[in-house]
Design a protein around this ligand. Structure first.
Ligand code: HSC
Length: 684
């Protein structure tokens, strides 16, 4: 197989592959067949682009037909796997008689991340080969299984060392010498249990789905397919037909369309740099060792880049590094990082209280709290301390990058890199282009983010960039609903039911009500200029309610728990403040209205960001919301969600809200135009 970049099984690869398998099968001079890849990747599975087509291309060379041809082949066929074998690629390998691997082989069924299920025999062959528990795990979690584990479970038969092609020919010779017979997984029940013995495994899988995959359709269908494998244990074809029926059901679902959209949106966002080659970072510096600074330093160390963390206060530095060490240890013990990684990573982190210690860094990230004066002072100090070619980035979440760049002699080497908390875990990084940031600087930041396994998204330098600018509209409406008479519990529940991991008030408690309060106090923001939501935040903080951190916020969190409990005093406070601010209170809003009131500002502001050129594509905005704010990927992000609703219908609702609530709901010109033109935001 040699169809760059990843041997996706589009028609262009399937047709010649089917011919080759049939020819080898029919040719008496062929004793054994090796199915190998000419690329680094063995096979990435079905071509996801074909799924976007109105109908799958009619061809007798379907992936199922390929697997059938391998199944029917009278010669022993060996899959020779030296890289990734994912999805339909793994299904192809399972239709072979043997699987031999190099240490670089990886197996996975990532279909679940696309709202799909393995649809070319994966749910039928895998449990026959490795048992139902392991098959359920692979199909439901979609995690890569490394070569050693695959050899242990029986997914792979032998590890080959040295030159893979040479070793594979030697293996084929061995097979021929031994007269090794065909060994098709479809030939019998293999590791499948009797129906009566399998109940507990399926119940456990369903329990896991309820806990971790709320709202998703394909996981339940995966379980059903594996149940069918057990029910049809002596009739492989019957199980296969059941799998195919459910695969088509998934393929046609809005969830699968949304998840495929996110897959391509992520890759398109990551290409959003200038196209210029990004200089590789060799040594980094981070200023600030608080939650964000520590997390960012961890990112550098995890990918092997030595990093110096600077805090002028030695005690704060020590405390921050202790947190970093604990986080590394936790990541290692939970399996997120491999054994020994915590020690290795800590060895790459050095600390300093003087700027002169940063001289060797070629990339510095400032990550102190949001105060422009402080940040500009730090930029000026960094400019003095660093070598001429070094890049300086700010981790600000909304401040003006150009003001910081102006404090340096190298504005072309300044930009924003807005990480999301916890920075060592969240994959989103907004990359902010300042007025003077050069193409090389942007390229350097994009390739650094990709190296850190993050998803970089370009944004122009405007207050709040993409994500936080949109968030203001979401939070504004959540507070409006509250003052109009909908309790916080109901607002949060509606958004959780929509698929968000938490509602806006749980999020406010998690972030900490005190952050905004302290900032407003520090800036001496006049009370008259504070928004209604800010007034509530002030009133709560004045009563010592800072959020989850001290167990008292909009909700109570008893005994360090994260489960929110209602607090009557807060309900009374909301009512009191609503009266003071002149709200007319009514009955609680319906669930549908809550969802639209909170989500449509995201769409409307998002459309405005496209119009202003702050975001380059609606798909970029979706990536920001999915990876930075927990918007359910299976809804595709706010812009994709609006497109699925129909932009004309979203606009009609927004106009209805404008009539009821005034100009804060004025529709963006871009939304009006796109709704009239039909189609989606990115199709002009
Ligand atoms: C599947 O297999 C369904 C089957 O079970 C059943 C089908 C049955 C049909 C029966 C009929 C009813 N397709 O990620 P990268 C592109 S579902 C098309 O940057 P990496 C990607 O867009 C599939 N394109 O590279 C990018 O293009 P760009 C299950 C694919 O080295 C380029 O390749 N498989 C593609 O970091 C490089 O990608 C998966 O979900 C695909 N399958 O990672 C695997 N895969 O340059 C998804 C990649 O134009 N892929 N591309 O932007 C991956 O996980 C990663 O891409 C790899 C490579 C780990 C393969």
């Amino acid at each position: 197989m040699s169809a760059p970049p990843v041997n996706a099984l589009g028609a262009a690869l399937r047709v010649p592959l089917l011919e080759a398998i049939r020819a080898a099968s029919a040719d008496d001079s062929v004793g054994a067949v090796l199915l190998a890849s000419g690329l680094k990747t063995w096979c990435a599975g079905a071509d996801i682009r074909e799924f976007g087509m109105p109908e799958l291309p009619a061809s007798e060379a379907s992936l199922t037909a390929l697997c059938d041809a391998l199944d029917a082949c009278r010669k022993p066929v060996t899959a020779v796997i030296g890289g990734v074998a994912y999805g339909g690629g793994l299904e192809l390998a399972l239709a072979c008689d043997y699987r031999v691997v190099s240490g670089r082989a990886r197996f996975s069924f990532p279909e679940v991340h696309l709202g799909l299920l393995p649809g070319a025999g994966g749910t039928q062959r895998t449990p026959r080969l490795i048992g139902i528990e392991a098959a359920l795990r692979m199909c439901l979690e979609g995690k890569p299984v490394p070569a050693a584990e695959a050899l242990g479970s029986g997914l792979a038969d032998r590890r080959l060392d040295g030159d893979l092609a040479e070793a594979a020919f030697a293996w084929a010779g061995e097979l021929l010498e031994k007269g090794s017979p065909s060994r098709k997984i479809s030939g019998g029940p293999g590791q499948l249990p009797e129906l009566g013995e399998a109940g507990a495994a399926f119940a456990a899988a369903r329990e896991q789905i309820a806990r971790k995959m709320r709202g998703r359709h394909s996981p339940e269908l995966i379980v059903q397919c594996i149940e069918q494998a057990v029910a049809c244990r002596d009739d492989f074809r019957a199980g296969l037909a059941e799998e195919r029926r459910r695969f088509v059901q998934c393929l046609r679902s809005p969830q699968s369309k949304a998840l495929s959209h996110v897959f391509f949106a992520e890759r398109s966002a990551a290409r959003g740099g200038s196209g210029a080659p990004g200089r590789a970072v060799e040594r980094a510096a981070v200023v600030g060792c608080g939650t964000m600074g520590g997390g960012i330093a961890m990112n550098f160390a995890i990918v092997g880049i030595p990093v110096t963390v600077l805090e002028t206060d030695a005690d704060a530095l020590e405390r921050g590094l202790a947190v970093v060490r604990r986080n590394f240890e936790r990541s290692e013990s939970s399996g997120r990082l491999p054994a020994g990684a915590a020690k290795r990573c800590m060895a790459l982190i050095s600390s300093a209280t003087e700027y002169s210690a940063l001289a060797g860094a070629d990339f510095a990230v400032e990550a102190v709290y949001e105060n422009l004066d402080l940040k500009t002072r730090i930029f000026s100090r960094l400019d003095e301390a660093l070598a001429d070619e070094a890049v300086i980035a700010s981790n600000t979440s909304y401040l003006d990058i150009d003001r910081m760049a102006a404090a340096t002699s190298r504005p072309q080497q300044v930009l924003g890199m807005h990480f999301f908390s916890p920075a060592n875990i969240m994959r989103l990084v907004e990359v902010i282009e300042g007025s003077h940031s050069s193409k090389e600087t942007l390229a350097c930041a994009f390739s650094l983010a990709s190296r850190m396994n993050k998803i970089p998204v370009w944004s122009a330098n405007r207050h709040g960039f993409i994500g936080n600018r949109m968030l203001t509209g979401y939070m504004r409406e959540a507070y409006e609903l509250l003052f109009e008479g909908t309790p916080p519990e109901q607002v949060d529940a509606a958004l959780r039911d929509f698929g968000l991991p938490m509602g806006p008030f749980q999020m406010a408690d998690l972030v900490g009500l005190d952050l905004g309060w302290r900032a407003r106090e520090l800036a001496k923001k006049p009370v008259g200029e504070r928004k209604p939501g800010e007034r509530l935040g002030d009133a709560l903080c004045e009563r010592g309610r800072f959020g989850q951190k001290n167990g008292l916020g909009i909700y109570n969190y008893g005994g360090g728990s994260r489960v929110p409990e209602s607090e009557p005093m807060v309900a009374a406070l909301i009512e009191e403040l609503a009266a003071e601010l002149g709200y007319r209170r009514g009955p609680p809003a319906e669930q549908e209205e809550i969802v639209k009131r909170c989500l449509y500002p995201l769409v409307n502001i998002g459309a405005g960001l496209l119009e202003e050129g702050v975001a380059r594509a609606a798909s970029d905005i979706d990536v920001v919301y999915v990876h930075g704010y927990g918007f359910p990927a299976w809804r595709g992000g706010p812009m994709h969600y609006a497109e699925r609703q129909g932009l004309a219908s979203v606009l009609e609702d927004i106009r209805g809200f404008q009539a009821r609530f005034g100009e804060r709901w004025a529709p963006s010109e871009r939304l009006v135009r796109q709704a009239a033109a039909g189609g989606g935001f990115d199709k002009r």
